[in-house]
Write a protein that binds this ligand. Structure first.
Ligand SMILES: N[C@@H](CCC(=O)N[C@@H](CS)C(=O)NCC(=O)O)C(=O)O
Length: 216
């Protein structure tokens, strides 16, 4: 098997890729990148990912970055892992990609405005956080409505897309977004938290957190 190293930070969106690696049963090394201390800008990390972002996955020393691309590639490489629903044709595959890109380029930046407004302004972050809340509100409400008649985003079967949605709404909550009243979303959250690969990823993150604390 190829060698895999995931550059990540506990709690960051790299959690989605870590869950994907766990779901695929991949043996991987993990390397936390301390974003709070600006390690993503260090020359060492820029050698790994010149774009300065996590998740960054090295496969036999070669970089693949961006959650959507990594997960798509893992899905193709480990088809039995069930990262995505089986697609019958190119059109159906493109629909799944559409969801992934929507989450990573639509939801993620809006959540970021809510959770970390200071990254979006050189001035007062408070109105940016408020704007972030306005931006995520219709997304979360639409998600809640979509989940009314199903267990997972695509129906009966878990997919990694569920974990990426989860990361967005729980991260917004950390940014003081109140999810109260979104009952279908709450039920979805409980299902994701009970998913074995997700739990293994959390355990792996906790171990990384400890290593970071001991190194500090
Ligand atoms: N669209 C990207 C977003 C990646 C991203 O923004 N990652 C954040 C962590 S959640 C990061 O690396 N932030 C560091 C920075 O922006 O300086 C993806 O889904 O992989």
């Amino acid at each position: 098997m190829a060698s895999y190293t995931l550059y990540h930070l506990p709690g960051a969106c790299s959690r989605v890729t870590m869950t994907a690696l766990e779901q695929c049963g991949v043996d991987y090394a993990d390397h936390p990148v301390n974003l709070m201390q600006g390690e993503q800008h260090s020359p060492e990390f820029r050698k790994v990912n010149p774009r300065g972002k996590i998740p960054a996955l090295l496969v036999d020393g070669q970089l693949i970055a961006e959650n959507a691309a990594i997960q798509w590639w893992l899905g193709k490489t480990f088809p039995a892992a069930g990262l995505f629903p089986a697609a019958g044709n190119d059109w159906e595959e493109a629909q799944i990609l559409s969801d992934l890109f929507w989450i990573s380029s639509g939801w993620h930046p809006s959540v970021r405005a809510n959770m970390m407004p200071i990254r979006w302004t050189t001035g007062d972050p408070a109105p940016v956080r408020e704007r972030g809340k306005q931006l995520v509100k219709p997304l979360f409400e639409a998600f809640d409505a979509h989940m009314a008649d199903r267990q997972w985003w695509y129906g009966d079967d878990w997919s990694i897309v569920d974990v990426y949605f989860y990361w967005n709404y729980t991260t917004a909550e950390e940014g003081q977004y109140d999810l109260t009243g979104l009952a279908n979303l709450a039920a979805h959250r409980a299902r994701v938290e009970a998913w074995p690969a997700f739990q293994r990823a959390l355990a792996r993150e906790n171990a990384a957190r400890e290593r970071m604390a001991n190194a500090a």
